[in-house]
Design a protein around this ligand. Structure first.
Ligand SMILES: [Zn+2]
Length: 428
């Protein structure tokens, strides 16, 4: 059966939901594993944006799973068909597990192009319409180690009707059955793992129905769709994910799509999520920012006088109201290095960070690269942001080992809280 080799070994489950463990048996020969909670490596056509393979591998603790998306690959179908040897070889990827998803989590796709039988993807050349047959033909060509089945996920917008949500759950289950049928007949996908997609918008009973029905199918794990940042607030997301994960078998992994902010990641881990897409460092890089939030719960970080000044001057911005643009807005977990106050700041981006950027460069240099539009700005920021984000996931797992998730949560919210308080003090 599809994906029967993949095994989730849980070492701890806290408060009945937050899970710590290892996903084993990944890859063609089953030699790869991935710690959970964890995230995947975000790429554009197999390449981490801004980084060469050599530069990428200066970062330690990289995830063993590389994510590629059909929205990037679909328009190159003819080239890959001619190439014949699968996407991994085409992109020069070797020692990694290849996961293929439908959409790019860092990009909002236009809505309104889904039919009973098709979904639409948007590449650089415009819209590509996929039936299940074409979707599966693409998977056979990509030959990933792991993919999720085709889904109707256009029900995340606020005020989507119950009728539309029900239809999306029905369509997604029909696509799942069709995909599984074609998968089982395919030699190319013989050792490939399949995840089913849970839909249901913000309607609790539809979420539960989608989870329950998907769990009845022979899938190796689950993708939770329609919870992305901007679609709903965290309380509702937590409530729905908690209900969904209750319906899913304990021994199979749950991957949450479209959520990357550290505070939301932590809340979703508490609701029973194991895996996340790793697009957040890329979004932060694209807005000229550097991740600088603290996740060190074992030593109390002290704010320097200059830090205080920066906070008071509103260096960080609070999170905006919920809307579709939320994914591109600066969060409280990063600093905007384009700001003039960094032009004579000769400290590393984050004191104590071991990445190439922080060991060799200062905030002032990054500020200069950004204001002069040098390509190196994106390279250095992507190194730091990827490294910082991976370290956050390591800290999250360590907090689970030591039963200190609450302390980590306090630490993350302190960044947001202290910013708001300092701002108010200045106003007074
Ligand atoms: Zn760094």
């Amino acid at each position: 059966m599809a994906g029967s080799r993949v095994q989730l070994e849980l070492s701890r489950v806290l408060q009945g939901r937050a899970r710590l463990g290892v996903l084993k048996g990944l890859g063609r020969t089953g030699q790869h594993s991935l710690d959970v909670p964890g995230c995947l490596l975000y790429t554009h056509l197999g390449t981490v944006p801004h980084l060469t393979q050599d530069t990428l591998h200066t970062i330690s603790n990289l995830p063993s799973v590389t994510q590629v998306t059909l929205s990037h690959i679909a328009e190159h179908q003819e080239v890959l068909e001619e190439f014949k040897d699968g996407f991994r070889k085409f992109a020069g990827l070797h020692d990694t597990v290849l996961y293929c998803s439908l959409y790019d989590p860092a990009v909002l796709s236009p809505t309104g192009y889904i039919t009973n039988k098709t979904v639409s993807l948007w590449g650089t050349g415009g819209r590509v319409e996929l039936s299940v047959a074409r979707f599966m033909a693409l998977q056979k060509m990509v030959q990933p180690d792991w993919y999720h089945t085709m889904a109707d996920g256009e029900t995340w917008q606020i005020n989507t009707s119950r009728k539309r949500v029900r239809k999306s759950v029905d369509r997604t289950l029909a696509h799942l059955d069709e995909c599984l049928l074609l998968h089982q007949k395919s030699q190319e996908l013989d050792s490939t793992v399949v995840f089913g997609v849970v839909e249901g918008g913000d309607i609790l009973d539809e979420r539960v129905r989608s989870a329950r029905e998907t769990a009845k199918r022979p899938v190796a794990g689950f993708c939770l769709d329609g919870f992305q940042t901007g679609a709903m607030d965290q309380d509702l997301r937590t409530q729905l994910i908690t209900a969904v994960t209750k319906e899913l078998p304990e021994d199979k992994p749950r991957l949450l799509q479209g959520v990357g902010r550290p505070d939301e990641v932590l809340a979703c881990v508490e609701a029973g999520v194991d895996l996340f897409e790793g697009f957040f460092p890329f979004q932060v890089t694209e807005r000229g920012c550097a991740l600088d939030f603290s996740f060190d719960i074992y030593s109390e970080p002290e704010l320097t006088a200059r830090d205080e000044e920066e906070h008071a001057a509103g260096e960080r911005q609070p999170n905006g109201d919920l809307n579709c643009d939320n994914q591109t807005q600066m969060t409280a977990f990063e600093m905007n290095l384009k700001d003039k106050r960094f032009q004579d700041d000769f400290r590393p981006l984050v004191e104590g960070c071991g990445c190439y950027c922080c060991k060799n460069h200062q905030r002032a240099y990054l500020h200069h690269l950004l204001v002069t539009n040098e390509l190196l700005a994106g390279v250095l920021l992507m190194i730091h942001n990827t490294s910082h984000y991976q370290s956050f996931f390591s800290a999250l797992r360590r907090a689970l080992v030591d039963d200190k998730l609450d302390l980590l949560k306090k630490q993350l919210h302190r960044d947001e809280g202290s910013q708001t308080n300092r701002k108010e003090n200045v106003l007074l």
